[in-house]
Design a protein around this ligand. Sequence first.
Ligand code: SF4
Length: 529
Amino acid sequence: MISETVNCDGHPVTSTMLGKQVFSVNSGPYNAHSGFVHKRLSSGPTFTSGTACAFSCRYCYVEAMVRKQAAVRKILRDAGRSFDQVVIRRNDPRGQLALVLTRPGGRNESGVRVEDILQPDVTERWGLTGKRSISSRAPRFIGEEFRGKVVFGSPLVDVAATPELARETVDLCEMFLLLTSYDLRLLSKSPNLASIVAKDLADRMPKETRERVIFGLSTGTLDDAVAAAIEPVPPPSKRLEALHWLQDTGFRTYGMLCPILPQVNPAAYAKAAMAAIRAEKCENVWAEPVNFRAGKAAKDDDEVAARNSFEATLRGLAKHKKEAERFQNVALDENAWEQYCRGLFEALLAAAPKRMNGQTKLIWMQYPRNFESIPHWLGFEANGAVLLGAIMSLYRAAPFVLKRAGINPAKLVEPLVSGAKPGAAYVLGMFPKNLRAELAVGAGAVPATEDACKAVIGGLNAIIKRPLKLDEGEQKSIYVADELQGVTLSAETRKLLARGQGLDAVECVRLNRLLLEDVFPEGITRMVG
Ligand code: SF4
């Protein structure tokens, strides 16, 4: 259901926000298995009270992440607006989050009840009274196993872009802090993070509880004028003031230098940036070069590519000719981009403070653009480089891809095409149409020729690699219990299945390979380990 936003919290709700029309969707605010775990920003869970941000940074990657969602498409179609012209919020995030963080049944395993934890004035503030009351429920995430785990907010929007959104974030944080044992990591480009979120939490919470929140203000560009050209949000100088206030007032903080434009002198930038964020007071310092998630040139004909992050950022830099020139150079030339990333990383690594054990505080998020660059970056994994993105997933998934030497044609082609074995018809049903036609499915016995082997390997590899094509949050293997009835699952397969939804894309690829080995134990050579 889609509606213009309606009041759900007692705070004033506007139908426009920072000049954008506001819509809402029913999606929940909590994701237990987010890809942000790979960025080390979270231990897995994230929360968000929106899908489209009130801010409009030109390099924003969020549209590329959510544009396939039916509700988002419908909003944009009905409103006749582009993604950066709307704010999309989640309906009733407080009510939805309260239900996710609790379960029916009165007491949890440790005997704790929600009504033992929450004072009536707190539930009233959250609007959870009467039929919406959660007092008869049990908290799900309280206990030793959840302590120290970090929930990140938000992967999709700025959590404090306006005072109204900042107050909503305060309530959601309070809910996490009271109903779970989790820590929280918040990221914003607005000083509201300090002046509203941190202050309100400090007013509501004892010191030891609010110390479970880690605050970060994103400041990739230190120059206010250049930043204004690409991120129409409060200037870096104001964000740094807010960060310093948080540090001086005793809040936990982390650094977020993102995105960093190409610099004339990376070493000077790195030194200045570490000093500006007072890196020695930050628990960690994340940093990232400019990435282009919606295409790097305007050749693509789809609507998103027409406003892709490359073109939009370049247009924004029109009045900053030197920055624009450097930016265009690294964006269009793969070698220049690689040199820019390496130079910046080395400079930041040299400038970043170290911990007592000698390890750097730097966490550098690198999305390799080609396979050749990967070995270089793998050499820096122990020094803060975190390798992310589609190319990296393909690289890590490569060992699970089926090769000609890994099959026994006589025990694979015929059993698969005839659908005679348990699970075979299900597997064959996932083959693309053209390969089914090549194999003449349904036209009788198929000899195990080299052409048939090629088609079978192509179809099975498409199945194995399927999770790499799915968006974050959709990642799943081909496992369906009913379809695989009668198939004996190996111990390794069962071990992965037992982990439920918490598998990443590459683990799902591995699970798919294992499942195919289980269906055709004599036709596919088993991987070892
Ligand atoms: S603040 Fe973050 S989510 Fe919002 S527009 Fe900027 S980059 Fe996108």
